[in-house]
Design a protein around this ligand. Sequence first.
Ligand code: UD1
Ligand code: CA
Length: 456
Amino acid sequence: MTLEVIVLAAGKGTRMRSALPKVLHCLAGRPLLDHVLRTAALLQPARIHVVCGYGAQAVREQLGESGNINWVEQVEQLGTGHAVSQALPHISPGATILVLYGDVPLVRENTLNTLVTALGPGGLALLTAELSDPTGYGRIVRDERDKVIAVVEERDASEAERAILEINTGLMAGPAEQFSAWLSEVDNVNRQGEYYLTDVVGCAARSGVTVSSVSCADPAEINGINSRGELAQAERLFQLRQADSLMSAGLTLYDPARFDLRGQLSFAKDCEIDVNVVFEGTVTLGSNVRVGPNCQIIDSELGDGVEVRASSVIEGAKIAANCTIGPFARLRPGTTLATGARVGNFVETKNAALGKDSKASHLAYVGDAQVGQRVNIGAGVITCNYDGANKHQTHIGDDAFIGSNTALVAPVTVGNGATIGAGSAISRDIPPGQLVLTRADQKTRDDWQRPQKKKD
Ligand code: UD1
Ligand code: CA
């Protein structure tokens, strides 16, 4: 059987009240449509056809590189049936088609496989669900022998039909050729004046075709996203799913309800993540990594035994084993820390390498810098890397001691074992092993009297 997938994604998503097409709104950092496309790809279909319309160009630009995709434009959004008709000419006649929705992102591969497998020869298969509150969905209508005979949209439904709790998820599978025949019979005489895809169910049943239904065990999978409220609910569901699988794989989360992963997280044994931590992009944790509360970690690698204390932000950093970061540290892209380095509170680093056991414990900016081993960077040290036009490098040798409040005016090199006295502004290279200080000598004036308040 050749499988081809059609993803409907042409709608504007009026209820999002957004300039962005609905399918480009993000769930866990990726567009809704991207979730559907990735799940579809797991079924290894011969091709995936995406019907786009509203914001088609933006949608294609965002997802264009996803390979194996045929973009079909539905210029006017005349309904879900019309949308599928636009894709049909691109599908090989003998194929089985699976219709997915760009705004139903949580559906699982397994569920889709069950749906496709349920398909009898020449038949039609619908994914349905039982909901305690079916409001807004099309209802599954069955005859007295329990056979599916139609789907009726809520707005066209009678009171009795509205009472049906079994709903149409919109996802269905069937033979491409039959879809063409059924859709040619579908009209737009209904409350919404649209060509409904759901009307093919009635056509199929009337022509004696078996309509099978697969009930989705977890109705949360088929939640359609129409509003920002529903998007937020889907986000939480997705996050809880991820949290569950990470915990099963051995990650400790202090509170899975306060954990967000927008990307890929891999980890070795016995890592602990405190509350309100957000991981983005690709993050790798060694063993025994501890991340304190309220941290954001983006595209970074943290080695064994690294401790990230509260409220730190780490992006594009490579952190070797046993480093300590934070609280309140900011590691910007291009930061590398060698084993045992420490970056403490209110320290910012960028394009900076700190050698083994070096520390910047408080209130410093280390940018465009190569720092050797066992260096001590005092409080208030600034690498003045920018002259208003260009960035320049600072080199600090092993065992150097940079006194508090030193301004290192780059380009500048500090030799191994040099000491800089506090409050210095360094604009020339410093030889190894020397003490350098640029501050004015301290004076004590014995002729000075503290001013007195005037009496009137
Ligand atoms: C649809 C189903 C309904 C089902 C519900 C499940 C129909 C007529 N109704 O209703 O039975 O319970 O989904 O979520 O199919 N789209 C296009 N082109 C169009 C119209 C829609 O591509 O001309 C796309 C939308 O972008 C969206 C999907 O099709 O991804 C569903 O459209 P929507 O208008 O949301 O359908 P519902 O009213 O939710
Ligand atoms: Ca919908």
